[in-house]
Write a protein that binds this ligand. Structure first.
Ligand SMILES: Cc1cc2nc3c(=O)[nH]c(=O)nc-3n(C[C@H](O)[C@H](O)[C@H](O)COP(=O)(O)O)c2cc1C
Length: 449
């Protein structure tokens, strides 16, 4: 008998909430954005709900108009190390850029987090789409295709580094004085178009072998990259039809890389306003919407589309003559422009639609209604689980864990207890062998990886 298919749930942690006006609402404390205890509490709540993981987004520039939002935030790997020490099971996913890092530095940091957390590290791989980020490194923003080409080479090098210490290479034999079996520790000799890395890494293989690899780009190159490397994909999808098409598209690409459909999980975003009645949930959403600052919204919209919309009338449509695509965040650009056109939205209307989840689906309703939506997508080929984006923290996650999760559990859709201690285990994904161990087993003496 095969085990029933179960949902995977990730809590997308963002300051005091995903709604852009969350910091102004009385249900949040705006000082919490730089309070480690705030994040440890959120992680423990997610763990109490037996969620698979928490995730921290990141960029390497101050993004958005900080005059009107609490946008200062911790560097994710640093914060997750502090969260690891306060939790036992929850997976810990940090965002880091392949454009503004070197493989050795980053492979080392993720291996460290994997050891520190006992096998709970995950990496949300991003290529850094904004021009503001390029300016912090004294370069012009590389083009879209170049960023993904660099990301491919980055991953090749990073995977070799994580594999460079085979399992069983650390002996710690105090009697003989042999600390490590150096026959099982390998130089990687990576020579790629972007990186040359000799290796090995200076930290042994982590409990998961490699961190869980997560990705969130949905353009053509983004999907191809995901099909090759990612084990979980976060995505913004507005309708069930779009969600199904994206899911089928991505899963359909896996065979090209010798991978099965179960080796990559698709997690669309959902931002739930939860109330004990529909009216209460809608009222709560309205309270947040009333706090929106159009000046901030315009800056966000300009950031998402890569267009300067500051001079345009709020009650008019998006300007004519928009480009077809962007060198920046391509899928979000298309989502936002598509949404405005499909629904005939003014700039103000669009700002209102994006304020809750920046293009992710926002649902206001009772716990049953939220659970129904999750179930519908899960059972109709649009999702393997969800990236849960509470509009405000910590209360929005508390309500999800206390009221929505029990319904999902009662319907047999979600776990009651953790069955594993690692992030890979929660997601039902195998621990990869070191490529060098695989070579050895195949009887190859020389490793030319
Ligand atoms: C849920 C979600 C979270 C994301 N988090 C980040 C992030 O933390 N940092 C970042 O630079 N980009 C982030 N992105 C953007 C993607 O990594 C990617 O750059 C974007 O989707 C554009 O890729 P594309 O041009 O392939 O469509 C996120 C996207 C999604 C859907």
């Amino acid at each position: 008998m095969t085990a029933p298919r179960r949902l995977h749930l990730n809590a997308f942690v963002m300051g005091v909430g995903h709604h852009e006006a969350a910091w102004r609402h009385p249900r949040t404390d705006p000082a919490a954005t730089l309070d480690v205890g705030h994040y440890q509490r959120i992680a423990r709540k997610a763990e109490e709900g037996r969620l698979d993981s928490i995730f921290l987004a990141d960029g390497v520039a101050l993004a958005g108009n900080v005059r009107h939002n609490a946008l200062d935030h911790f560097e994710p790997l640093t914060l997750l190390a502090a969260i690891a020490a306060a939790t036992e099971h929850i997976g810990l996913i940090a965002t880091a850029s392949t454009t503004y890092n070197e493989p050795f530095n980053l492979a080392r940091k993720f291996a460290s987090l994997d050891h520190i957390s006992g096998g709970r590290a995950g990496w949300n791989i991003v290529t850094s789409a904004s021009e503001a980020e390029a300016r912090n490194f004294g370069v012009d923003r590389p083009g879209h295709a170049d960023r993904y080409a660099r990301a491919d080479d980055f991953l090749e090098a990073a995977v070799k580094l994580w594999d460079s210490w085979e399992d069983g290479s650390v002996l710690r034999d105090t009697a003989s004085g042999v600390f490590a079996d150096t026959a099982k520790i390998h130089e990687v000799g990576h020579e790629g178009p972007f990186f040359r890395v000799k290796g090995p890494l200076n930290i042994s293989r982590g409990p998961q072998g490699r961190p869980l690899l997560v990705q969130a780009g949905s353009s053509e190159s983004g999907k191809e990259f995901a099909a090759r490397w990612a084990e979980a994909v976060f995505t913004a999808q507005q309708t069930l039809a779009e969600g199904k098409a994206f899911y089928a598209d991505l899963k359909g690409r896996l065979a090209r890389y010798g991978r099965g459909a179960g080796e990559l999980l698709v997690l669309p975003g959902i931002s739930p306003f939860i109330g004990s009645t529909e009216a209460e949930a809608e009222r709560l959403q309205e309270e947040f919407q009333e706090l929106i600052n159009p000046e901030y919204g315009i800056a966000q919209l300009s950031h998402m589309t890569g267009l300067d919309l500051s001079g345009h009338p709020l009650d008019g449509p998006l300007p004519d003559g928009l480009p077809e695509t962007t060198e920046g965040n391509r899928s979000r650009f298309e989502l936002v422009v598509g949404l405005a056109r499909r629904e005939g939205l003014t700039i103000r209307g669009l700002i209102g639609r994006l304020a809750g989840g920046r293009g992710h689906r926002v649902v206001a309703g009772t716990p049953e209604r939220i659970a129904d939506q999750i179930q519908e997508w899960f059972e109709n080929g649009a999702a393997d689980g969800f990236n849960v984006m509470p509009p405000y923290y910590p209360g929005g996650l508390d309500d999800f864990v206390d009221h929505v999760v029990p319904i999902l559990r009662a319907r047999g859709l979600f776990r009651t207890e953790y069955e594993s201690r690692t992030l890979r285990g929660h997601y039902g994904l195998a621990r990869p062998d070191s490529r060098y161990a695989s070579f050895a087993r195949a009887g190859l003496t020389e490793v030319t990886a």
